[in-house]
Design a protein around this ligand. Structure first.
Ligand SMILES: [Zn+2]
Length: 287
């Protein structure tokens, strides 16, 4: 048995054939799927899918790149959703500095010409600062919610490693996070694992150039990682570039088994046990 710990089943990519998609997952041994919310509307859809499908559980949260498009006071709505019995985590939340507003500023001279009184580097610093502060606040609010509801968090981190760890540190030992779609260095994986967090691997581990991801998967302890698809994105080889779906969790687990030189059953058992603990299937939510 495998658990796809990160899927986006509420995305329109699955609106036509979700019954079949879930059927194929079950046939591939993927007995549970955590569908991840990326905003209030998406989180609500995630909870509805968890109500509809026995195999599906939800995580509810505001993705860092959606923070500035969300209603300002999202917390009451998120809390209400998070109290649903099939909500297994808060997230995805975290920090993403990959596309900063200043990047767009430089590429649109019309805007910067309008604001010519303010030097462009000052404008950039102000815009990027506001963007980062908004993400940081939303991340903290969601960590507090997780703490209050005794849930763990699904963390999206991109180009923001230091700040993510700085925000997370005060919660050490109280809230655990999974650094999903792990693509940083093996040493960085060890760093967060030492703080009580987990990492999870997607189909990127099957990509030809993903040497460091495979190295990470070999080096880290057996109880420190989970498997996921991040579908509809990041389909593993041989489906790379096509729509990804939860059944492909098996291909991710097979790649890890090959790297660690153990049978697939071992990886399945270990990652499932880790996921059951992280998402608290061991307590109230086990059905
Ligand atoms: Zn995601």
């Amino acid at each position: 048995m495998l658990i796809d710990t990160h899927a986006h089943l509420d995305y329109p990519d699955f609106s036509e054939d979700l019954d079949e998609v879930i059927g194929r997952a079950v046939d591939a041994g993927v007995a549970r799927i955590i569908t991840i919310g990326t905003g209030i509307a998406s989180s609500r859809r995630a909870v509805e899918l968890a109500e509809k499908y026995q195999e599906v559980y939800a995580a509810v949260g505001i993705h860092p790149t959606n923070v500035q498009h969300e209603v300002e006071d999202f917390l009451p709505k998120l809390r209400e959703l998070a109290e649903h019995p099939k909500v297994a985590a808060i997230g995805e939340t975290g920090l993403d500095y990959h596309h900063l507003p200043s990047g767009e500023l430089q590429s649109s001279p019309a805007i910067s010409a309008l604001q010519a009184e303010v030097p462009q580097d000052a404008q950039a610093a102000i815009m990027d600062g506001a963007y980062k502060v908004a993400q940081a606040e939303a991340f903290r609010v969601q960590l507090d919610l997780a703490l209050a509801l005794e849930l763990n968090v699904v963390i999206h981190q991109r180009d923001a490693w230091e700040d993510t760890l700085a925000i997370l540190k005060p919660y050490t030992g109280r809230v655990s996070g999974v650094f999903h779609c792990f693509g940083n260095l093996p040493e960085q994986a060890m760093e967060v694992i030492a703080l009580g967090h987990l990492v999870s691997f997607t189909g990127t581990i099957t990509f030809k150039n993903a040497t460091l991801v495979r190295e990470t998967a070999i080096k880290i302890p057996e109880d420190s990682f989970m498997v996921e698809t991040d579908c509809p994105y990041l389909a593993p080889v041989p489906h790379r570039g096509k729509r990804c779906e939860p059944a492909y969790t098996r291909l991710v687990a097979e790649q890890i088994a090959q790297e660690r030189e153990v049978p697939l059953e071992i990886i399945a058992r270990q990652t499932t046990a880790t996921a059951e603990k992280f998402f608290r299937f061991d307590s109230v939510r086990l059905t």
